[in-house]
Design a protein around this ligand. Structure first.
Ligand SMILES: Nc1ncnc2c1ncn2[C@@H]1O[C@H](COP(=O)(O)OP(=O)(O)OP(=O)(O)O)[C@@H](O)[C@H]1O
Ligand SMILES: [Mg+2]
Length: 325
C-alpha cells in the first residue's frame, strides 16, 4: 500500500490503462494530445491526474462508445454483510471515472454507503425520505461527490420512510415517480439497499432495470438466494410488472477454501443463467481499506491489486449488459 498521507487524490496513467483495457502508452498519447498535466505533488512516485482529466481521457475509450439503456440498477440481498455496499461504492465510483454520469442512492438507513462517501451519518443532511414525503424536491437531496458522481445520502431518518410509504397511494411506486425527471440526466442510477423486506426495497425493485445480487461464497448462502429470487418474482407478479434483469456476483471468494469452491460449483449448477461466466469477487482487505479511506480503489491501489482487477471485470460486464454499443 502506498503512503496515503502524501498521495493526492488522482489516478495514474497505469491505472487509467487498466480501466480502459489498453496499454499505458495509449493513455500517455491521449494525455499528451489533450495537454493534461499531473496534479502538483510533493510526494515522490507516480504522477496522478485529476478526476476531471481522468474522466476526459477515459470517456473516449469507454463512456463515449456506449448508450446505456438499462440505467437503473441496485445491489440487493436480504442477507446482511454480503458486500452490497462495498461493491456498490466501487462500481458507482469507477463508472463515474469511466466517463459516465452516475447517481448513487443510499437506500439503507444504516448509511454505510454515505459514510464511505464521507458523510458523517448524522441527521444534518437530507435523504431520500425528505423527497418521498415531499418536503424537498429530488434535486434538492442530491449531493455532488466529485465530477460525474452524485449521491443521495442516507441516515437514520430513512427508517421513517416505512410508515410514510404505508400511508401513501401507489406506495411501491413513489421512488419510480421521483426518479422520472432524473433519468435523462444520468447514465446510471444505482441503489444500495438495506437487508430487509421493506417498502423502500419494494420501491427500488419497481424502478430497477437490473438487480445485482451479491452472494457470499459460504455454506448456506444459497438457501437465502432461493428465497430472494422467489420473493422478487412474487413481488413483480403481484405488481404486474416484468422481471428486471438479474445478475448474481459471488463475493469474498477464497482461492484455497473448499467452502468457496463448493459454493461456486453449486451456484453454477443451479443459477448459470444469472452468473457472469468464470467470475467471483475475491476476498481482499482492500475493500475494507477503500471504505475506511472513502476512496475508490483506483485512487490508491497497487498495480497488481486483485480487488481492483475484479471490480474492473465486473464493471466491463455490467457496462456491456446495460448498453447498446
Ligand atoms: N471481497 C471482499 N473481501 C473482503 N472483505 C469484503 C469483501 N466484500 C465486502 N467485504 C467486507 O465485508 C463487510 C460487509 O460488507 P458490506 O458492508 O459491503 O456488506 P452489506 O451487504 O452492504 O451489509 P449490510 O447488509 O449490513 O448493508 C465489510 O467489512 C466489507 O469491507
Ligand atoms: Mg450495506
Amino acid at each position: 500500500m502506498e503512503n496515503n498521507e502524501v498521495q493526492p487524490i488522482g489516478v495514474t496513467q497505469k491505472t487509467m490503462a487498466t480501466i480502459a483495457d489498453v496499454v499505458t502508452s495509449t493513455i500517455n498519447r491521449a494525455i499528451c494530445a489533450a495537454g493534461f498535466s499531473p496534479i502538483p505533488s510533493n510526494a515522490r512516485g507516480k504522477m496522478r491526474y485529476s478526476i476531471e482529466d481522468t474522466r476526459r481521457v477515459l470517456s473516449r475509450f469507454i463512456s463515449d462508445k456506449y448508450k446505456v439503456t438499462k440505467k437503473i440498477q441496485c445491489f440487493y440481498n436480504f442477507k446482511g454483510g454480503v458486500g452490497k455496499t462495498s461493491i456498490c461504492f466501487q462500481v458507482a465510483s469507477h463508472l463515474a471515472l469511466c466517463g459516465f454520469k452516475v447517481l448513487v442512492i443510499d437506500a439503507d438507513p444504516q448509511g454505510h454507503l454515505s459514510t464511505s462517501f464521507g458523510f458523517n451519518n448524522d441527521e444534518s443532511y437530507c435523504t431520500l425520505y425528505d423527497a418521498i414525503i415531499g418536503v424537498k424536491t429530488i434535486n434538492e437531496v442530491i449531493r455532488n461527490i466529485y465530477d460525474g458522481l452524485d449521491c443521495i445520502p442516507s441516515n437514520l431518518s430513512l427508517t421513517r420512510t416505512e410508515v410514510s410509504l404505508n400511508e401513501m397511494p401507489k406506495r411501491e411506486e413513489r421512488v419510480k415517480i421521483l426518479l422520472q425527471p432524473l433519468v435523462n440526466k444520468y447514465d446510471f442510477i444505482i441503489f444500495d439497499t438495506n437487508p430487509t423486506i421493506s417498502y423502500l426495497n419494494r420501491n427500488v425493485l419497481t424502478c430497477c432495470d437490473i438487480v445485482n445480487i451479491i452472494v457470499e461464497t459460504q455454506a448456506y448462502s444459497l438457501n437465502g438466494v432461493k428465497l430472494l429470487l422467489s420473493d422478487i418474482k412474487a413481488f413483480c407478479d403481484s405488481m404486474m410488472i416484468g422481471l428486471p434483469e438479474i445478475f448474481m456476483f459471488p463475493n469474498k471468494y477464497e482461492d484455497r477454501s473448499a467452502t468457496s469452491a463448493e459454493a461456486i460449483v453449486a451456484l453454477n449448477q443451479i443459477y448459470p443463467q444469472y452468473l457472469m461466466p468464470n467470475f467471483a469477487i475475491r476476498k481482499s482487505e482492500e475493500f475494507n481499506i477503500a471504505s475506511k479511506l472513502s476512496k475508490p480503489l483506483a485512487f490508491f491501489c497497487r498495480n497488481n491489486s486483485i480487488a481492483f482487477d475484479d471490480v474492473m471485470d465486473m464493471i466491463r460486464f455490467l457496462i456491456n449488459k446495460s448498453s447498446e454499443k
